[in-house]
Design a protein around this ligand. Structure first.
Ligand code: MAN
Length: 348
């Protein structure tokens, strides 16, 4: 599979964006959503901020339901503290996030050079279910409306929130469309037989796993007819967890969905799934080997190593430009041929 990484990679790194809050630093830029609006490429980048380090203290930031930032301080030497995963702070049986994420709007004329618009826009967690932040947004354009589906994190769990806009200035908050534990929600941009579809990733506790599900809706808010369409595969690159990228791409042979898969070593790669055009619950083909895996230094080493993770792309004819978070630290892009991706899949 030929992958053309942009020579300008990384396109964005933490120093390129100012923190939203005083006393915070931008620790990582991750997993950007992508769309186009008025001749511009728009990116909603996930900005993960950490509280400036103070002597001997580990600080966990979170918002209250009414918006003020609260902080938890833990003593670094406290034996009840578990920092074995850089993304998490575990204390006395309770799990917090080490950073708090919001979504920042960036724009570009060429899809390579991104900067903040003259009127900056930051979407932050709102209400009780987003107090630990909002992450990994997907943008689907349906009609004139842009729908943002993202991971909403709070003490109540990890769920899917949705907001929408038609002008990128005012947003409607639709609340949680899928309850915990769920993430990686991508809406199809077209109805199929008068029905809306989405892909999402609930997680089974004990029984089940981290699989991709397909659901239907008449209004984009209430989802039903849930079907599990793809599971993890033992011995493969996607043996531990899988999750949809952004809106599936309509091709002559089916809906091409780019997805991430991780193995037991938490190595995140990308692959493709091809779904039937008229019945997307039917999987026609799937990547036996990844179409992209972490190999460049900015992908193998960062905040969380060995990660290429996508939730945003652009399609121009046969050109597929995948934007991705590399090692949970910087933003990159790579170009693929859709035909080559399709012919690399193993037909089932
Ligand atoms: C999870 C999510 C992503 C992150 C990967 C790799 O899937 O938290 O945001 O990029 O893990 O750490």
């Amino acid at each position: 599979m030929q992958v053309k990484r942009m020579p300008q990679n990384p396109l964005l790194q933490p120093g390129d964006i100012a923190p939203l809050q005083k006393n915070y630093t931008v620790e990582c830029l991750l997993n950007p959503a992508i769309s186009t609006y008025q001749e511009k490429v728009l990116m909603l980048v996930r900005v993960a901020e950490a509280y400036a380090k103070t002597n001997g203290k580990i600080t966990v930031p979170y918002r209250t339901a009414t918006g003020y930032n609260k902080l938890h301080h833990f003593d670094e030497t406290d034996p009840a503290l578990d920092l074995s995963d850089a993304r998490l702070v575990k204390y006395d049986g309770v799990t917090y996030l080490s950073t708090i994420s919001h979504l920042r709007l960036m724009e570009s004329a060429d899809g390579i050079h991104f900067s903040e618009p003259s009127s900056p826009l930051a979407l932050v967690g709102e209400g009780p279910y987003e107090t630990f932040g909002i992450e990994d947004c997907r943008i689907s354009k349906i009609g004139l409306q842009y729908y943002l589906t993202y991971t909403a994190v709070s003490e109540f769990g990890v769920a899917v929130g949705m907001r929408s806009t038609c002008d990128w200035k005012t947003f409607q908050n639709h609340g949680l469309i899928l309850p915990p534990h769920n993430k990686d929600c991508a809406l199809f941009e077209k109805q199929i037989r008068d029905t809306y579809y989405c892909l999402h990733r609930p997680s089974g506790l004990g029984i089940g796993g981290n699989f991709i599900w397909l659901s239907q809706s008449n209004d984009l808010l209430h989802w039903g007819n849930h079907l599990c369409i793809a599971a993890t595969r033992k011995g493969f690159w996607d043996s531990e967890r899988i999750g949809a990228g952004c809106a599936p791409i309509e091709t002559e042979t089916g809906w091409l969905m780019i997805y991430h898969g991780a193995n037991e070593q938490q190595r995140y790669c990308l692959g493709g799934l091809l779904l039937d055009l008229n019945d997307p619950s039917k999987v026609i083909a799937r990547s036996a080997t990844p179409i992209m895996e972490p190999s460049e230094s900015y992908e193998t080493s960062g905040f969380f190593n060995d990660v290429v993770f996508t939730n945003g792309h652009l399609v121009e004819g046969d050109r597929l430009i995948i934007y991705y978070g590399a090692a949970d630290k910087v933003i990159c892009a790579a170009e693929f041929s859709i035909k080559s991706v399709l012919s690399s899949l193993a037909y089932l």
